[in-house]
Design a protein around this ligand. Structure first.
Ligand SMILES: [Zn+2]
Length: 101
């Protein structure tokens, strides 16, 4: 279950990876800022990436709060990344990549 050697979904290093329990909003923000690859969301990532991401989340906690509020106002929920079969929510998350210009 833990300490499996896998390919990190973010930096593609083969090392010990674990799935990290960031919140859905935290992942969304990290992807928005290109701190993590969208394909790495909810996937096992390595210790190094985890530490980096966690630092970003801590450093920019205020900004994250604002962005999350914007997201809520905007769409109701951040873009889900291909997680199928989610119960409860009406709209199935579109895996549309939003371009940030
Ligand atoms: Zn990594």
């Amino acid at each position: 279950m833990q300490h499996v050697v896998e390919i990190c979904s973010n930096c593609e290093t083969e090392t010990k990876c674990r799935r990290r329990d960031f919140s859905e909003q935290a992942w969304a923000v990290l992807v928005l800022w290109h701190e993590v690859q969208a394909s790495a969301v909810d996937r096992p990532i390595c210790e190094h990436c985890y530490n980096e991401l966690r630092e970003v989340l801590i450093d920019r906690a205020d900004e994250i709060e604002e962005i999350i509020q914007d997201m809520d106002r905007d769409r109701g929920q951040p873009a889900a990344t291909g997680t199928s079969g989610r119960s409860g929510k009406s709209a199935a998350g579109r895996s549309k990549v939003r371009k940030v210009s």
